[in-house]
Design a protein around this ligand. Structure first.
Ligand SMILES: NC(=O)c1ccc[n+]([C@@H]2O[C@H](COP(=O)([O-])OP(=O)(O)OC[C@H]3O[C@@H](n4cnc5c(N)ncnc54)[C@H](OP(=O)(O)O)[C@@H]3O)[C@@H](O)[C@H]2O)c1
Length: 251
């Protein structure tokens, strides 16, 4: 797709881009004309390759556990050897639920490693060549819990609060050097991550009635907004955390 909202000829890296919101993001990027490199533990589904073929684009996959810092570095270097990366989408995220007082420290570290350290590391690794070229876009996936505390997810809330701040910190250093760094903050989305909420009818009802749009969000809702932030249309948008939440935060 050409024009200010198009990404024809661009290459985007999407972490966890093979399922959940990541699948919606990868699909939207392909439809906008980008090739997509998925970094994640599992193979990407056939439907993503079919979507790419429909648009004359390519999907590549590099296996990596984002909790492992040396594996992250090796994967990023392999991607950079093979591709000029124009867009980085830090989508992958981990979630653990325990009451705060009993939250295991190992679980806390696991969540922070994936949701924060890997995000920073990938921003460094893919951001460096973008800064050298004076051009690039980074979109981090934050959360409503970048603004709110949530219940029984203290590590997740801490990590997503930090992702919002990291987005602003990188913006301040990189916006003047041609690299745009922004974030999307999805609201309640029916993905595997929310299995526990979706299985609890009372909690589901409490959450659902608070969403002004009257429905949970979809991977496509998020994917299209990521395309906007990655596109020339958002050239003057920097350091912004854009809620895609059906109005939840306005309530
Ligand atoms: N669902 C929501 O309501 C919601 C709301 C706000 C923000 N978010 C954020 O949106 C992003 C996507 O969430 P989702 O709802 O799509 O969750 P999901 O369905 O649970 O998918 C999580 C994704 O992260 C990847 N991932 C997790 N740990 C990883 C690791 N150690 N190494 C490599 N990849 C890893 C998974 O890859 P594998 O397939 O390899 O496991 C998967 O692609 C996350 O950052 C999440 O925090 C979600």
């Amino acid at each position: 797709m050409s024009g200010p909202f198009g990404l024809t000829g661009r290459t985007a890296v999407v972490t966890g881009g093979g399922r959940g919101l990541g699948l919606g993001i990868s699909t939207a990027l392909l439809r906008a004309g980008a090739d997509v490199v998925v970094l994640g533990r599992r193979e990407v589904p056939g439907e993503l390759h079919e979507e790419a073929a429909r648009h004359g684009r390519r999907v590549h996959h590099h296996a990596v556990d984002l909790a492992d810092a040396s594996a992250v570095e090796a994967a990023a270097r392999a991607v950079l050897d093979a591709h000029r990366v124009d867009v980085l989408v830090n989508n992958a995220g981990a979630q653990e639920r325990h009451p705060a007082v009993d939250f295991p420290l190992q679980a806390f570290d696991r969540v922070l490693d994936v949701n924060l350290r890997a995000v920073f590391q990938l921003c460094q690794l893919f951001g460096r060549p973008m800064l050298e070229r004076g051009e690039g876009r980074v979109v981090n996936v934050a959360s409503l819990l970048s603004f709110q505390g949530g219940l029984t997810v203290p590590a997740y809330a801490a990590s997503k609060g930090a992702v919002a701040q990291l987005t602003k910190a990188l913006c301040n250093e990189w916006a003047g050097r041609g690299v745009g760094v922004n974030a999307v903050a999805p609201g309640y989305m029916a993905t595997d991550m929310n299995e526990a909420l979706l299985a609890d009818p009372q909690r589901l009802e409490q959450l659902s009635v608070r969403i002004p749009a009257g429905r949970w969000g979809t991977p496509q809702d998020v994917g299209d907004v990521v395309v906007f932030l990655a596109s020339p249309a958002a050239a003057y948008v920097h350091g912004h955390v854009l809620a895609v939440d059906g109005g939840w935060l306005a309530r």
